[in-house]
Design a protein around this ligand. Structure first.
Ligand SMILES: NC(=O)c1ccc[n+]([C@@H]2O[C@H](COP(=O)([O-])OP(=O)(O)OC[C@H]3O[C@@H](n4cnc5c(N)ncnc54)[C@H](O)[C@@H]3O)[C@@H](O)[C@H]2O)c1
Ligand SMILES: [Zn+2]
Length: 687
């Protein structure tokens, strides 16, 4: 991706920028598969213009500056009156400056303004004779356009016959509404064609296409005309066009509004901006026009744009970025939803890293691949969505998106009969997955409660969450298939043992989002009891090392949701066996940045920040990574999973790879598992 915002420093950089802009504009006005977002294009053209200001003798003939459509398109049917572009302003201040400039030019105040949406489509001229549509033209280079009369049939709001037998040329925008865009892409994929990257490019492609085996419907909005009463104000002209049967923006919430002052103009702009996300079609700005015919006449036009109108541009809602991955998340009801992981991209001031992909059929319809450059759309507070891939930009590094074959959470089958896939277990999916997780070795470590048994307990209705495990009775278990006396007794004994697991493991077993094993241990060490954890507000939680304000809020809300479960666990005395809560002062929370964190004072690892890597050998061979970390913390150290400047000790087992290399590079002390076992001999688990 080019950096369009940087100034151009050499004539070759300038020439590159011109070539890039011309290529992008050619794509933009034809089938629209430009690799640039509008923001990038605009920034590039501004950089080109800035370079040309400083080096007027170096201006290249194909430079986009000062040309309609950047000079990238042509036409062969001359326009009766040039079809111009619009000048842009990007802020309220620039708009005021522009308005003041216009009034200076006129030598009088502007009589009134008209404020209307800047429709994000393509300009067309529609010629009527005696009220009958004769010819439709594109804007082309502004002086001559292409004849696209063949497309008129499919354009809503552009009637074949007006309500009066007038000779008139309507001017306006043709676009695909969001609904028409979705319909077009459904049709295209059904016919084996590439989906449109976004609505504007879809409109451009559709207008120029001939002999398609399917019909894509478009919408016309009139915003000007030649050949009617020349003294009509702009707002009266729009009313007249609507009366003639043409569609205008008056039919929308963002209807044109006549404003007496620039304050009113700014207010209306803000209203239209606020409506933007909810409009059924795209707008890329708001157009402000002098309303009176005399003001327009006296202001006149430049070669590229009229002087009596300006576009207040809005930040683009579409950006191009890369699709890095697709995640499959299982919701509470078992719905399996794909989510796009994106190379971070800023849209309207917000950094976007995820976007919705709706459902698997949607992915197929859009023909997306991992590593594709994609158009991402974000409007207002709506969840961003991936619109379509830029197939021309493919390099061969793209990979198909692999759909899951089993539920990514519980491993059961997927019901694919509906558009939205769902785990065959439905709501039970979460119960099974959370029971399996809670019973895991690093959590409650309940022997004999693996996959099939957990499924059996949930599907029999005996267990809906982990608290239910602790009230299971012998009779209930014996009533299950394949549960004899021995397995029942073993399971009950294992559950009984789990009741006394340390707080950190019990907390971990809850599966609170944002808290894995390490974080669970830290939280447990910090608060000492489940009651204290539950009593903590976000500010208090944020004092735990590694918990930022956002994660703290997430944990608080998750715990609030889990309150009924926590009450039942407490009633069962689960996780109350912790006997040595650490004094808050001994916990890492208040350690200044960069200082090794303090943990349980007095142990052999006090003040050490320890990372364990590779497979353990000798006396430590049987310990899981989590048990190693627990050991580190029992010995007063702080366990962490990645080597950094703060790390003071690396326990490097067999096949310790990059962490060892990094530790050596940073001069961190490295020990073998055997050496480490000696260091923490007193804290080693017995037996
Ligand atoms: N992404 C890219 O690669 C790329 C390439 C070229 C152009 N562009 C985009 O196109 C813009 C320039 O295109 P442009 O010359 O068509 O100018 P423009 O789109 O900025 O403004 C002029 C056009 O606005 C349209 N318009 C919409 N509503 C209107 C209304 N109510 N009244 C009057 N006109 C209205 C008309 O079609 C008119 O021709 C750039 O700013 C850029 O954002 C992008
Ligand atoms: Zn499932």
């Amino acid at each position: 991706m080019i950096d369009a915002s940087a100034p151009l420093l050499s004539s070759s950089a300038y020439a590159d920028a011109v070539a890039t802009a011309v290529r992008a504009a050619a794509a933009y006005y034809t089938d629209g598969a430009t690799p640039l977002g509008d923001d990038e294009y605009d920034a590039l053209v501004r950089a080109v213009a800035a370079y040309e200001d400083a080096h007027p003798d170096e201006v290249l003939p194909d430079s986009p500056s000062g040309k309609v459509a950047g000079g990238a398109v042509v036409g062969d049917v001359p326009h009766s009156v040039p079809m111009l572009s619009l000048d842009n302003v990007f802020s309220a201040e620039e708009l005021d400056t522009w308005a003041a400039g216009l009034e200076r030019r006129l030598g009088r105040p502007v009589a009134a303004w008209c404020v209307e949406p800047k429709l994000d489509g393509l300009a067309v001229a529609a010629r009527y004779r005696a009220g009958r549509l004769q010819q439709v033209l594109t804007r082309g280079d502004g002086l001559a356009g292409e004849d696209i009369s063949h497309a008129a049939d499919a354009v809503l709001g552009l009637p074949a016959a007006l309500t009066e037998p007038v000779d008139v040329e309507l001017r306006g925008e043709v676009l695909l509404t969001q609904e028409q865009f979705e319909a077009a892409n459904r049709l295209r994929t059904e016919h084996g064609a590439e989906p449109f990257a976004h609505p504007r490019s879809g409109a451009a492609g559709t207008l120029r296409a001939k002999d398609r085996p399917y019909r894509v419907e478009l919408t016309f909005f009139a915003y000007g005309a030649l050949g009617l009463d020349e003294d009509l104000t702009h707002s009266a002209l729009l009313e007249r066009l609507a009366a003639l049967g043409a569609n205008t923006a008056a039919s929308t919430d963002a209807h044109p509004l006549r404003c007496a002052t620039t304050e009113e103009v700014q207010r209306r702009i803000e209203e239209i901006v606020a409506l933007r996300a909810a409009l059924p079609f795209g707008i890329d700005g708001v157009v402000v026009k002098a309303d009176a015919a005399a003001d327009q006449r006296d202001a006149g036009s430049g070669s590229r744009a009229p002087r009596w109108a300006v576009a207040r541009k809005l930040a683009a809602e579409h950006k191009v970025t890369r699709l890095l991955d697709v995640e499959w998340n299982v919701g509470r009801t078992g719905i399996i939803a794909p989510r796009a992981v994106l190379e971070p991209v800023v849209i309207d001031g917000v950094t976007i890293t995820y976007a919705t992909l709706h459902n698997p059929a949607d992915i197929t319809r859009r023909g997306l691949m991992i590593n594709d450059q994609v158009f991402v759309h974000r409007a207002g507070d709506v969840i961003p969505r991936v619109e379509a891939p830029l197939t021309e930009q493919r390099t061969g590094d793209e990979r198909p998106i692999v759909f899951p074959e089993v539920c990514p959470r519980c491993g059961d089958a997927i019901d694919t009969t509906e558009q939205r896939w769902r785990c065959a277990r439905g709501r039970n999916c979460q119960a099974v997955a959370s029971v399996i997780y809670a019973a895991g070795r690093d959590q409650l470590d309940i022997e004999g409660l693996g996959g099939t048994r957990a499924v059996q307990l949930v599907e029999s209705g005996l267990v809906a969450d982990i608290a239910d495990l602790f009230t299971l009775t012998r009779e209930q278990l014996l009533g299950l298939d394949r549960m004899g006396d021995t397995s029942t007794d073993n399971l009950l004994a294992a559950v009984e043992e789990a009741r006394n697991r340390p707080l950190g493991r019990v907390f971990c077993a809850l599966g609170v989002r944002g808290t894995g094993r390490t974080m669970s241990r830290r939280i447990a060490a910090h608060f000492g009891s489940m009651a204290a954890i539950r009593a903590a507000d976000a500010d208090t939680l944020a004092r735990v090392d590694g918990i930022g304000p956002e994660k703290a809020r997430l944990i608080v809300s998750e715990l609030a949701e889990l309150a009924p479960l926590l009450d039942r666990l407490a009633a069962q005395q689960v996780g109350t066996a912790v006997t040595e809560p650490q004094a808050p002062a001994a916990v890492a929370a208040d350690a200044p940045e960069g200082a090794p964190a303090q943990a349980a004072a007095g142990g052999p690892l006090t003040g050490e920040a320890v990372v364990v890597t590779g497979s353990m050998t000798g006396p430590l061979a049987a310990l899981s990574r989590n048990e190693m970390n627990e050991l580190v913390e029992r010995a007063g150290g702080k366990a962490s999973s990645s080597v950094s400047k703060r790390t003071t000790l690396l326990v490097a087992g067999e096949k310790a790879g990059s962490k060892r290399a990094k530790a050596e590079e940073l001069g961190v002390r490295v020990v073998t598992p055997e050496e480490f076992a000696v260091l923490v001999a007193e804290q080693l688990p017995q037996g």
